[in-house]
Ligand binder design. Structure first.
Ligand code: NCD
Length: 320
């Protein structure tokens, strides 16, 4: 077994070999997704519950489809934070669901660390679908698969991650993953949107977009996450677009074959020009969505296999 984790809570605890194992399996599912028969059986008979305490379109749909394509019984619960008290209530909800014996629990929560806390309380495998500003591991994995498929490798690439780094769990998980795979990672954004302590992350920081994009193989744009801002981080959206919005002129500083990525949802005309986002020769934004399903199928298959091994070991009296 080259993927040994019980849960997928973040990129931080993953070994590069585990990342490669997961991407190799996802690659096979990506091919299957393009064929006529899209079904596998890795999750036959298993129950998957998706708990989203924060709005989501693509991540939720992607997890749901991934589970169904592998044969799981999938239930998606949309939990509005306003109706759920924090802390104890999260745990109570989890314990209630745990009593229904799910095998896979997919959780998105606005508080960093909430998903880790929950994983300690349940008997099934937990997948983090985004917790606060902390981590969004399946997004980083689907980005990695998209890069590996378009660039032919996932090491020694020059990668610029641009925009609202401070509020982004996508940036954090990507920085961790791309760093583990030995890429050159550059963060580009206004100082107000670059998190404190970033110098310990093994990345370079640029305030000027053209300097940051120079020589880039990959340009990853991030959404300006207004809902996570509690003050004035930028002078105005117009000024922000002028300095940090990805348009043809700024993109020309990157390599000629640089790809453009965005996790979605996009603010066209704020962090990215709509024509760049739609340019099929540069933008891989649709491929990212496609790879999302494949990566989530792979992640759930690997975790389900580990869960079943642990249960068998427990049943035969051996400590897993
Ligand atoms: C991201 C998220 O929710 O963190 N979106 C996503 O999962 N596709 C990024 C964002 O919200 O900007």
């Amino acid at each position: 077994m080259t993927f040994t984790k019980r849960h997928l809570l973040g990129i931080e605890p993953l070994h590069p070999v585990e990342i490669t194992t997961l991407l190799d399996l996802a690659d096979r599912y990506a091919e299957m997704g393009r064929g006529v028969a899209k079904h596998g059986h890795a999750l036959d008979g298993l129950t998957q519950i998706n708990m989203f305490f924060e709005n989501s379109t693509r991540t939720q749909a992607s997890f749901e489809l991934a589970g169904k394509r592998l044969g799981a019984d999938v239930m998606t619960m949309s939990m509005q934070t306003s109706s759920v008290k924090k802390g104890e209530t999260l745990i109570d909800t989890a314990l209630t669901l745990n009593a229904m014996h799910p095998d896979l629990l997919v959780v998105r929560h606005p508080h960093s660390g909430a998903v880790n806390l929950l994983a300690e309380k349940v008997n099934c495998a937990v997948l983090n679908a985004g917790d606060g500003r902390h981590e969004h591991p399946t997004q980083a994995l689907l980005d990695a698969l998209t890069i590996r498929r378009t660039k032919g490798r996932l090491h020694r690439l020059n990668i610029a991650i641009c925009g609202d780094i401070a509020h982004s769990r996508v940036a954090r998980s990507n920085i961790l993953l791309l760093g583990k795979m030995e890429n050159r990672v550059k963060l580009v954004g206004p100082p107000t949107l670059i998190p404190a302590g970033v110098s310990d992350w093994g990345v370079e920081v640029f305030e000027d977009m053209r300097e940051g994009l120079a020589g880039a193989d990959v340009v990853m744009m991030l959404r300006l996450q207004r809902e996570r801002m509690d003050g004035g981080f930028i002078p105005s959206e117009r000024e922000y677009y002028h300095r940090y919005g990805l348009d043809a002129a700024k993109l020309s500083c990157a390599k000629d074959d640089a790809i453009v990525m965005h996790p979605g949802p996009m603010n066209r005309g704020v962090e990215i020009d709509g024509t760049i986002a739609d340019d099929i020769n540069r933008s891989v934004i649709q491929e990212q969505v496609e790879m999302g399903v494949a990566v989530r199928m792979a992640a759930m298959e690997l975790l389900a296999a580990n869960l079943s091994a642990a249960r068998e070991a427990a049943a035969s009296g051996v400590t897993a």
